[in-house]
Design a protein. Sequence first.
Length: 104
Amino acid sequence: MSSSAVAITVRRDRDEVERLWRDRALHDPGVRDEQVRFTIAPGDRGTEIHVAIDGRKQHASAQDALRRFKALVETGEIPRSDATPDGVSAAQQLDQRPAQPVEA
């Protein structure tokens, strides 16, 4: 996989999102600051966070980090269920294969 990006929109002001992102307690330390770019979302809908990545594993890690960050910033917590208290990460789903037809 060539270099690409993962993105998410957070419903907060750009300056506030950048300040919160720089707080190491709120985002995955595996996502380096030089990989991250902040832009104002179209239609004044908040801030887009773009993370430049290389490879499937880094894509999954960045996707999970952005999802957790968005949840923390917008709701103050990371949602969890009793069925999967640690949540399901994109990295856990990497090795799954598509459904196959049942053989007769």
